[in-house]
Structures are given as C-alpha cells and as structure tokens.
Design a protein around this ligand. Sequence first.
Ligand code: ATP
Length: 241
Amino acid sequence: MSGALLAIRGLEVAYGHIAAVRGVDLEVGPGEFVSVIGANGAGKSSILKALVGVTPLARGSIAFAGQEIGGLPSHRISRLGLALAPEGRGIFRAQTVEENLLLGAYARLRAGDRAVAADVEWTLGLFPRLRERFRHSAGLLSGGEQQMLAIARALVSRPKLLAVDEVSLGLAPAILDQLFAVLSQLNREGLAILLVEQIASRALAVTNRTYVVEQGRITLSGPSRTLAADPRVIEAYLGAP
Ligand code: ATP
C-alpha cells in the first residue's frame, strides 16, 4: 500500500537464540483500525516493541509517516507521532493520574506547547473515571482504570498512530466494552490504531483489518469481517460452535 502511515517490511526480532518475529510485513493506512491476533507467545508484543524502539530489530525496515524509524530510540519515535499503550499498562504507580498524563505530554511541554491542558481535558472526557481519580496515585487505581490511564497517557502525546498492547489483559467484559468503545470512537474521529490483542473475537469485532501471527510469522491477513468467518480462524481463535 503506497501512502501507508506505517509499513513494516521483513521484520525479525530475536532474544538471543530465540527468534520471536521471523519476517513480518504489516501495514497501517491513515485512519485505519488494524489488529494483530495470535496465541500466547506468537510474537505479537515483540512486533510492537520493535516498532516503538524498545526491542532492537534483527532485520527489516519500519517506515512511519514516510520516514525510516527502525532502530531509532523510543523518544524520537514518540516525537514522530507513534505512541504505545504498553502491555501491563507501564504507568508510574507512585505518581498521580494527573502526573502520569503530563508525563505522556512531556515532549510537548518541553516544546512549550500550550494545548496540553486542553488535551488532558479531552482525555478526561473520554475516560470520566480518570477525572474522578485525577489526584489519586495511579497505583491505587483498578486494573481497568490503569488501562484507561495508559491509553490516555499515550493520547496526550497527540499521536498519528496509537499502538495498544493487550488492552484486555485481566479485565472484566464490562470494562472491555467501555475501552473498545472509546478506541472505536477515536478511530471514527480519524486516529489510526494498531491493536495487539489476545481475545480474537474482540479484535475482529472492532477493527477494519487483521493479521494473524503464528510462531513469529503472519499466516493470514485480510478484512476483519472476512477473517471472522474463516473456518481456520474460527477453529483456532474463536472456538468451534
Ligand atoms: P503474549 O500474548 O504472551 O505477550 P506474544 O504473542 O505477544 O505473547 P511475545 O511476547 O512477542 O509474544 O513473545 C514471542 C516469543 O519471544 C515467545 O517465545 C517469548 O517467550 C519470547 N520472548 C519474549 N520476550 C522475551 C525476552 N525478553 N527474552 C527472551 N524471550 C522473550
């Protein structure tokens, strides 16, 4: 796809002798909502970690907004407009909700961007629970609230692409409904989202396009609606009726 916001080509990631990602091609177009599904240990998180510069790539290229970002340090990738809400939330537990949000806007604050306060307000509108908890330590929040905070913190950097790792981890279905509703809303408003998700049914229901990862390789990809009806996906990830 020419004009892709994100284009990953031939990505390989290894941890010592363990090849976690073995030649992945993946694209996200402007305004697209794309998911990556696969079993535990398939390599989904490793793709995202390489994307945001947390894990080095062994091979391959990553173009974002027309620029090669493979191997760049995380803070430079973030400044280009790619934000990650990490698996396990990655929030600062001793800091308040407010402080966590401002840390997400750190680069903008340093650059003297005066719109940060309005964007913090915007995220509190998306997640009203965070407004109620604004001055509480993040460590005291519930799991669902911490996930909201991780997403809100990524959003205040005003990314062009939001990457979300395992939003569902350990959360109750009602909380997941809320979180996925907000992600869908953000996407309808034009934000491109790359969602790595273990609950395939959730991912397929909300996204436009999906990649299936097995043992570090993409084995299937296509419109989420098509994959949700594919017998191979149903058998492996959705559970036979
Ligand atoms: P999960 O849903 O459990 O996060 P995943 O699909 O995201 O799974 P990865 O976390 O990317 O998979 O892991 C891919 C492979 O790499 C697995 O075999 C895993 O054990 C291994 N791996 C991941 N991180 C490390 C690490 N830091 N050191 C060594 N091996 C790792």
